[in-house]
Design a protein around this ligand. Sequence first.
Ligand SMILES: Cc1cc2nc3c(=O)[nH]c(=O)nc-3n(C[C@H](O)[C@H](O)[C@H](O)COP(=O)(O)O)c2cc1C
Length: 185
Amino acid sequence: MRKSFGAKPFMYPMPVLIIATYDENGVPNAMNAAWGSAADINRIAIYVSAGHKTMKNILAGSDFTVSMATAATAAAADYVGIVSGNKVENKIEKCAWHCTKSEKVNAPLIDELPMALECRMVSYDTESELLIGEIVDVVADESVITDGSIDPRKLDPICYDPVNHDYLRLGEKVANAFEDGKKLI
Ligand SMILES: Cc1cc2nc3c(=O)[nH]c(=O)nc-3n(C[C@H](O)[C@H](O)[C@H](O)COP(=O)(O)O)c2cc1C
């Protein structure tokens, strides 16, 4: 017997993406986005409300970086999700985060978030508020790399649980993708 929960955006897992942009004066800002996903090989799709400072910055010409929030940065990641740059200009400072300009796009990288996608807007639909970005590069700090690859155990990214409003760590590996299904062929 299944229980009905109504029409809710309940999905597991949801990412905790930190979108960082510059405003027209070069001041960095960041917001938390869980409604985001890879969309094709080199694209990302994120629902971003038009009223957010982040979207205003992007529409004014800023590119954007999308970093994975980590267990160590969970409180700051939540802060940038509940306070708007429309009202608080120095959100990044309040998080004690530091920024370095991306070499590939006109957007800040947050030093405390070791893995980021560097993106440029492809399109923004004002009706659906869906932002599509081109992923120009993926950059990760050496501290989260093992044998040349990003190591999720070192990165320690968090997920958003939309049912209980919790941030969760990733769990253990359970299978090999594109491989274990072959047992059923
Ligand atoms: C867990 C969580 C997930 C969120 N996901 C989204 C999202 O996917 N899209 C969105 O537009 N806002 C989302 N928000 C809300 C924004 O992060 C929030 O309104 C933020 O203050 C916007 O910042 P800005 O105005 O400085 O850009 C989320 C907030 C939290 C706490």
